[in-house]
Design a protein around this ligand. Structure first.
Ligand code: THU
Length: 132
């Protein structure tokens, strides 16, 4: 599956505008590309009960899974400022569930610049279904 990085990064940056982050002020947007070529987006959704906060990456992945997609070609995660996004540990574990070595992960800043990683790089020696 051909990955249009620019399109996916644009979708993550656009989604970020809807981030609900009144407590941290740190908006995050994410966009996943399914193996069938569809894009699903997500944002971080904070809550006054801080522990209920949902990250953008999980929101995007869960939206896609909810529509029946469990294979992914790529994910883009966008944040504000100069430093590219850095997914939290919980999101890395959820990526591990659905991503493989071919799944491209683009971590970008407010200008869409950043780095590309694989889930193996983000979460080495991960616990997964292969362990059970
Ligand atoms: N956040 C994400 O959405 N994704 C991450 O991987 C890191 C953190 C959100 C959660 C919270 O709303 C804010 O960023 C600050 O932690």
């Amino acid at each position: 599956m051909r990955v249009d990085k620019e399109k996916l990064v644009s979708a993550a940056l656009a989604a970020r505008k809807n981030a609900y982050a009144p407590y941290s002020g740190y908006g995050v947007g994410a966009a996943v590309l399914t193996a069938s070529g569809e894009i699903f987006t997500g944002v971080n959704v904070e809550n006054a009960s801080f522990g209920m906060t949902i990250c953008a990456e999980r929101a995007a992945i869960i939206s896609a899974v909810s529509q029946g997609h469990v294979k992914f070609a790529a994910l883009a995660v966008a944040v504000g400022g100069d430093d590219p996004a850095a997914p939290c540990g919980a999101c890395r574990q959820v990526m591990e569930e659905f991503f493989d070595q071919e799944t491209k992960i683009f971590l970008v800043n407010s200008r869409g610049e950043g780095k590309e990683r694989t889930v193996e790089q983000l979460l080495p020696e991960a616990f997964s279904k292969a362990n059970m």
